[in-house]
Design a protein around this ligand. Structure first.
Ligand SMILES: Cc1ncc(COP(=O)(O)O)c(C=O)c1O
Length: 707
């Protein structure tokens, strides 16, 4: 097929080709561009098209990449020697089939780039729009930060786009995907997912794609190892046998049961709020709640911290309400922006307690003060704090009044004047410290009921499986009862930070449990992560743009109470070696260069959120880091509290040591023998009165003054 007939096939889908005579097209595609001789006049025009321009840009980069892959002079000489090619005296590049093609490719690439750069894109788009091209009109209408999204393909796209030929005539969907992905590759934000299979019996180890290849995981958000806690797993087995797998429907239709209602009551009590509502994740909880609030509150204005998570940003955007950004944790900036609106205007301040990529902590109390002064609601995301802060694990808001909340124990009632009481809406996840999946909001009865009644993200989706809900509930109750995991985690975090500081590894300073190790370059951060995995069997995911700003790429290390002292030694040594091997900036390098991302900028390290007293340091109750081979602590009271929750729904746990009374024996009679056999030591059935634990609870370990 000659060039013209392959073009005319697309006359129906491309307005430019459709309205241009065949003779003109023939001239355009057979004549070289006068300014850029290696490309045709038609290709030069196509570089100005919002559809074709990006495709040609990709093609140009591919050509350059191909050219760049040609070996250097010495390598070429070696290749010639290896293949017994003798180069005649006076030989030119044109005489070599490889070199001449490479040079032609490079010329085409640079001509394409020059043609594309010649005229400002918006000028071209406006000119084309004036000529009646609908695609160009769309391009003009779009805001600058959004590249024009093509609505149909042009003939030239089919002829020159790098993607596979479209399976049907019309828009080149595959080409479009390739272009979008190419942007990610170009700016190094393309995400590579590692195959990591965390092993329940060997936390924090996981196997990779090869089941025999085990690595230690240092970046999981299963912050406390609750995804493998024995009472959580036991509860899930019990629930699975009784209720099966899926929920069977939405909360509205067949998917609302005692498990869901029980968890919501528990979460409300955890935050000492009247009500809570569970969603399939906290992404959904944030999105659904903020979009509903913003669309329902008349004239609502959001005030959003610039470091807020994508789920909140999406929720605010979806609402259509106005969004005002305030500088991260900057109360002066927030106040100046709040002050621009009348007190009567409905306002929502959306922020987080622990910012998970830098480890900073939001000034919750100060934000509550401003909210009261300016008539705003507070919306606090405690996703990276629930389970981890506070005497009962309710988060940073609880932690700020540690003693008052500790004294109040499990009372569900608010403690007036405390920070947690002052926050209007708290959101949390069941997927991180609680080791499960799901998210929730907690707040006033009517707020929760309104979201329940209006939020599509809550209403129109299958509810979480009862087995998952039961596991999450057991986890929340266990952590509410047992503070030891939280304390040991913080002790281990302190130790890792201290040891990194001692070897000049740059850690973004912060008062929380997050250990962000600054690398400062996307490719280098990925290389460091790959090297840790390949050379040291350590998995730490690199964090690149857009999760963090360009130039602030990092390794985000999470330390759990289940990491052993020996595993820490290996981590510290491995990071040290990788920094040396890849010549990554150390803290002292950043200091010399003026600092970045809070590293080496002369700021004083903030005091850790958990103080020595809260960690029981210097007392016999001080947490002690595990050593290889030592079983993790399983807390007896935590196990009992979690188990007893489900006695009514699931029947009691009957262990090998359970003392069965006559009354209980009568109740147990009816149990299906086959089901019992299948469940091993754990039994469900009639009401039991006494139980003894057969979850192994290691004996208390000798205490030390410090970790
Ligand atoms: C601050 C923040 N909020 C919300 C979410 C979403 O939580 P989930 O994983 O439950 O969807 C995340 C997830 O990483 C997060 O970091």
């Amino acid at each position: 097929m000659d060039k013209l007939s392959s073009l005319t096939r697309f006359k129906a889908s491309c307005p430019f080709l459709g309205s241009t005579k065949n003779a003109t097209l023939r001239t355009l595609c057979t004549n070289a561009s006068p300014r850029f001789p290696s490309i045709s006049a038609l290709t030069e025009r196509a570089t100005k098209c919002p559809v074709m321009g990006p495709a040609l840009n990709v093609r140009g980069k591919e050509l350059v990449a191909g050219y760049a892959s040609v070996a250097g002079v010495q390598d070429v000489a070696q290749i010639h020697r290896d293949h017994s090619v003798s180069v005649p005296a006076g030989a030119t590049i044109e005489m070599c089939p490889h070199a001449s093609k490479a040079r032609a490719a490079a010329r085409t690439a640079s001509d394409l780039a020059a043609a594309a750069a010649k005229k400002a894109e918006d000028d071209t788009a406006k000119a084309a729009a004036a000529g009646g091209c609908p695609f160009h009109k769309a391009g003009v209408a779009m805001p600058a930060e959004h590249p024009p999204v093509p609505k149909a393909a042009t003939a030239a796209a089919a002829a020159t786009a790098p993607a596979p030929a479209p399976a049907r005539s019309g828009f080149n969907y595959e080409g479009f995907y390739v272009n979008e992905l190419d942007k990610k590759h170009q700016d190094k934000s393309y995400r590579y997912f590692n195959n990591i299979n965390r092993l329940a019996a060997k936390f924090p180890l996981a196997h990779t794609s090869d089941v025999k290849d085990e690595v230690s995981v240092w970046c999981s958000n299963d912050y406390l190892g609750m995804g493998t806690n024995p009472v959580v797993l036991e509860t899930m087995h019990r629930a699975l046998d009784k209720y099966g797998h899926g929920a069977g429907g939405t909360r509205n239709i067949a998917g609302n049961g005692a498990m869901h209602l029980g968890l919501e009551q528990e979460l409300a009590a955890l935050h000492r709020k009247p009500a809570a509502l569970v969603f399939s994740s906290c992404y959904v909880a944030n999105d659904a709640t903020l979009s509903t609030l913003g669309s329902k509150l008349p004239g609502c204005v959001f005030f959003s911290d610039t470091m807020n998570h994508a789920s909140m940003i999406q929720g605010m955007r979806h609402s259509g309400a106005k969004r005002v950004l305030f500088k991260h944790n900057d109360m002066v900036d927030l106040e100046s922006k709040l002050a621009q609106y009348p007190k009567e205007t409905p306002k929502v301040i959306a922020f987080e307690s622990v910012y998970s990529m830098c480890g900073s902590i939001g000034p919750i109390k100060e934000i509550c003060d401003l909210a009261e002064q300016y008539g705003a609601l507070t919306f606090l995301d405690e996703v990276h704090a629930v389970g981890l802060y506070g005497p009962r694990g309710a988060g940073v808001a609880e932690h700020l009044d540690y003693d008052a909340h500790k004294a109040a124990g499990n009372s569900p009632h608010p403690i007036k004047g405390t920070v947690m009481d002052r926050v209007d809406i708290i959101t949390g996840t069941l997927g991180k410290a609680y080791g499960a999946v799901g998210g929730y909001i907690a707040g006033s009865d009517d707020m929760v009921d309104m979201i329940r009644s209006y939020a599509p993200g809550f209403i129109f989706t299958t509810s979480l499986p009862p087995v998952t809900v039961a596991g999450a509930h057991a986890s929340v109750v266990y952590q509410k009862e047992y503070v030891g995991d939280r304390q040991l985690k913080q002790v281990n975090v302190r130790e890792v930070k201290r040891r990194f500081a001692a070897i000049d590894i740059p850690v973004v300073p912060g008062p929380s449990h997050i250990v962000p190790v600054l690398v400062g370059d996307a490719a280098l951060a990925k290389a460091a992560s790959d090297k840790l995995l390949a050379d040291h069997n350590i998995y730490v995911q690199s964090i690149n743009y857009p999760t963090v700003a360009r130039g602030e790429e990092r390794l985000r290390i999470t330390v759990t109470p289940r990491h052993t002292a020996e595993q820490m030694d290996i981590l510290i040594g491995a990071v040290d070696k990788v920094f040396t091997d890849l010549q990554i900036n150390r803290l002292s390098d950043w200091v010399r260069e003026g600092g970045r991302a809070g590293v080496g900028m002369g700021e004083v390290d903030p005091e850790p959120m958990w103080n020595d007293q809260q960690l029981a340091l210097g007392t016999p109750a001080a947490p002690r880091t595990l050593h290889n081979g030592e079983p993790p602590v399983v807390d007896r009271a935590g196990v009992s509290a979690a188990r007893s929750l489900f006695n009514v729904l699931l029947g009691p746990v009957i262990t090998a040591n359970t003392v069965i009374t006559n009354h209980a024996k009568a109740n147990v009679k009816g149990i299906d023998g086959k089901a019992l056999a299948g469940m091993g030591k754990m039994r469900t059935g009639g009401a039991m009165i006494r139980e003894k634990l057969d979850i192994p609870v290691p004996p208390p370990r000798p205490a030390t003054a410090t970790a």
